[in-house]
Design a protein around this ligand. Structure first.
Ligand SMILES: C[S@@+](CC[C@H](N)C(=O)[O-])C[C@H]1O[C@@H](n2cnc3c(N)ncnc32)[C@H](O)[C@@H]1O
Length: 321
């Protein structure tokens, strides 16, 4: 399917869809480091601008609009969550594009905190907005660890299907991994140590990208980013911070923080994906991203829909003959 991507960041969401076999034809973000990373790794269909300045006429026709609208305003890590936070209203830009372009589908990704903001009123408002422009909307909370991502990362996925397109609800992907494997989820969660076991120390000889030694000393002050990492579990959520210092997760051996490369591995970016910009910016791009492997799973469900749509279309053609 032809995909338009909003709030594209470094392109984690987009890369998962590309890996699933879709074509991302247009992407945008107003951050120049994201633009540099995206251009270098994914493609030159990226427009560097504030979405509020982009008229919909400049956005191509597409089958799906995807986007992780900015989450900091919604995030549970942000104590001043407020529905009037300006960053929360950016999702309205997402609504505008969907309304004007009328794609068959849209997928929006957000943090778990979205479900509890204003005692659940924010998600109701968002759903009403999309319903009022002609979409059936469903949403579900997922943990990326349940799909083989070596990280506990809870994210809400909101799916919209244009009313005339598809009967029934979206077949959300089924978890493949769990803490205790069962017949339904046969695989055990991937731990942070398993994910990083073949990665050399940054000061050893290596040819990995974005893998340089950080002099940052680890102090266990029980702040996010200072907590000890349990090597036997999936990584804690890789976070992004707007300003100030980083909130980087400790390496599973707890002797230093993870490098940019190691954080990217935990977010399931491929090893040849190179991040641009300052080190702080690189960590932020990674913390903001949709885990690539999780995005791939969602993308795969759309591939299945696409194939069944084609079969349906073929049958109609046959009947017409
Ligand atoms: C949660 S991140 C999206 C990450 C992306 N989905 C990925 O998987 O890599 C949100 C992005 O929205 C961008 N952003 C925030 N406000 C924006 C605006 N007004 N116009 C364009 N981009 C904006 C930020 O620069 C950030 O990269």
């Amino acid at each position: 399917m032809r995909v338009v991507s909003l709030f594209s960041g470094a392109g984690g969401f987009d890369l998962g869809f590309v890996q699933a076999g879709h074509e991302v034809i247009w992407a945008t973000d107003y951050n120049k480091d994201c633009a540099a990373t995206y251009h270098h790794n994914i493609g030159n269909h990226f427009v560097l601008d504030d979405i509020r300045n982009i008229p919909t006429s400049q956005i191509p026709e597409c089958d799906i609009v995807i986007g992780g609208f900015p989450c900091q305003g919604f995030s549970q890590a942000n104590r001043n969550r407020d529905i009037k936070d300006e960053r929360n209203t950016l999702y309205r830009e997402f609504v505008r594009v969907v309304n004007d372009k009328q794609p068959s589908y849209f997928v929006a990704e957000n943090v778990r905190g979205l479900l509890s903001i204003d005692k659940g009123e924010a998600i109701k408002t968002i759903i009403n907005d999309f319903q009022s422009i002609g979409y059936k909307v469903s949403y579900r909370l997922f943990n990326a660890a349940d799909f083989g991502v070596p990280q506990n990362r809870f994210r809400v996925i909101i799916i919209g299907i244009r009313n005339d397109i598809f009967q029934g609800t979206f077949p959300f992907p089924q978890p493949t991994h769990s803490q205790k494997p069962s017949l339904i989820t046969p695989n055990k969660w991937v731990t942070i140590s398993e994910a990083l076991e073949s990665i050399p120390e940054p000061e050893e000889e290596h040819d990995l990208l974005n893998h340089i030694y950080s002099k940052y000393k680890v102090t266990d002050r029980n702040f996010i980013g200072h907590r000890k990492t349990d090597p036997h579990k999936p990584s804690p959520t890789i976070l992004a911070k707007d300003t100030g210092g980083n909130v980087t997760t400790q390496h599973p051996k707890n002797h230093r923080r993870m490098s940019v490369r190691e954080s990217a591995i935990i977010q399931t970016f491929p090893l040849d994906f190179e991040f641009k910009g300052s080190m702080g910016s690189q960590y932020r791009q990674i913390g903001n991203a949709v885990a690539v492997k999780f995005a791939l799973k969602i993308g795969e469900e759309f591939r299945k829909i696409e194939k069944s749509e084609l079969i349906l279309r073929d049958k109609k053609t046959l009947l017409a003959v």
